[in-house]
Ligand binder design. Structure first.
Ligand SMILES: C[S@@+](CC[C@H](N)C(=O)[O-])C[C@H]1O[C@@H](n2cnc3c(N)ncnc32)[C@H](O)[C@@H]1O
Length: 330
């Protein structure tokens, strides 16, 4: 096992469970880590399986550079791709279908941000300090959080805050933002946090959780189109899987977990339909059995008590795992 010393305080979440579920069907198979981050999970897999090869994908070039340095000892076993995972898997699938790329046997997603983003990036993800209101994973992406805060109309702002942040005061906060930005553009985390604090009812202003926490989460999700990317990326990743391939997803909020649950269910239903048709000896429509998935986690797996005690940031994690049905795509 790798030493797993935290890098920027980041500890890989549910590592034990991920290693237990993602067992390579062959020693020298290919794994794609769709959210390489600081390579905590990836380095553990590379240590455990000496012939495993890995593609590490991350949209953030700064994070990718840290992971590259960390994974240098594994040499040619690792290939790095700087891309959003939905773009990566869409292009990779085209390569698989053209016969130029190898199907991965293992795919891992560990959604969200790493500790680097909150503690070191200076891109406005955190409520500590006062930073530019950016929140882009890829600094080349077109719209920052400040652009959304200053340009969305009140109804759109309300939708972002309530859908992605489940913010109970979304209505009041979006009104206040639209009012305050008329005086001057809202460009910093400090100013936005102050506006939100001044808007929520007094008893919520100085509690244990900063009253802007939900709004910050919502803006980050919107800036990076997190739900859309998970939906598209996971569907394409499943279509890339090798025979007996396994896909695992670690989610941190209900929005992500729901997308994973529905994506697995949709592919698993196709499996049942394929078997049903098989039983009646009618032909299975072309491609139907190929997408067959078996869900290995009927309920999402949650971190054990000792992990939550050691790393409280893991407490909301949920792991779901599925593999291609036997015989599919063989
Ligand atoms: C929770 S961290 C992964 C941590 C990693 N498993 C580890 O142990 O170090 C998630 C990473 O995924 C990246 N990320 C988030 N959404 C992405 C997307 N749509 N495409 C590519 N990378 C993404 C973030 O930049 C971040 O580095």
């Amino acid at each position: 096992m790798s030493d797993q010393k935290p890098v920027f305080g980041h500890v890989p979440v549910m590592l034990r469970e991920t290693l237990d579920y993602l067992v390579p069907p062959a020693p020298d198979c290919l794994m794609v880590d769709g959210t390489l981050g600081l390579a905590g999970h990836s380095s553990a897999f590379l240590d455990r399986y000496a012939s495993l090869r890995l593609i590490g994908v991350d949209a953030d070039p700064e994070v990718q550079a840290i992971a590259k340095a960390r994974l240098e000892p594994y040499g040619g076993r690792v290939r790095f791709v700087g891309s959003y995972f939905d773009q990566f898997f869409a292009e990779y699938l085209a390569g698989v279908e053209a016969g130029t790329e190898e199907r991965p046997a293992l795919v891992l997603f560990d959604f969200g941000l790493s500790m680097f983003h909150f503690k070191e990036s200076g891109r406005g993800f955190s409520l500590q300090g006062d930073e530019a209101l950016d929140m882009r994973l890829d600094p080349a992406a077109p719209r920052t959080a400040a652009d959304l805060v200053n340009e969305l109309d009140e109804r759109e702002l309300f939708k972002v805050l309530s859908e992605y942040g489940e913010e109970p005061f979304a209505y009041k906060i979006s009104r206040a933002i639209v009012r305050e930005r008329q005086a001057a553009r809202i460009d910093s985390t400090g100013r936005l946090a102050d506006i939100i604090r001044g808007t929520v009812p007094p008893k919520f202003r100085y509690g244990r959780i900063h009253p802007a926490t939900r709004s910050f989460q919502a803006l980050r999700i919107a800036v990076n189109d997190e739900p859309g990317r998970i939906e598209r990326g996971l569907a394409a990743a499943i279509d890339c899987l090798a025979p007996d391939g396994i896909v695992a997803c670690i989610s941190f909020h209900s929005l992500e977990d729901r997308i994973v649950k529905l994506a697995f269910r949709e592919k698993a239903v196709k499996r049942e339909r394929a078997y049903f048709k098989d039983a009646r000896e009618s032909p299975i429509p072309e491609g139907e059995a190929e997408r067959a998935l078996v869900v290995l986690t009927k309920r999402p797996v949650e971190p054990a008590d000792d992990e939550v005690a050691a790393n409280p940031a893991s407490r909301s994690a949920k792991l779901r795992v599925a593999r291609l049905a036997k015989g599919a795509r063989s």
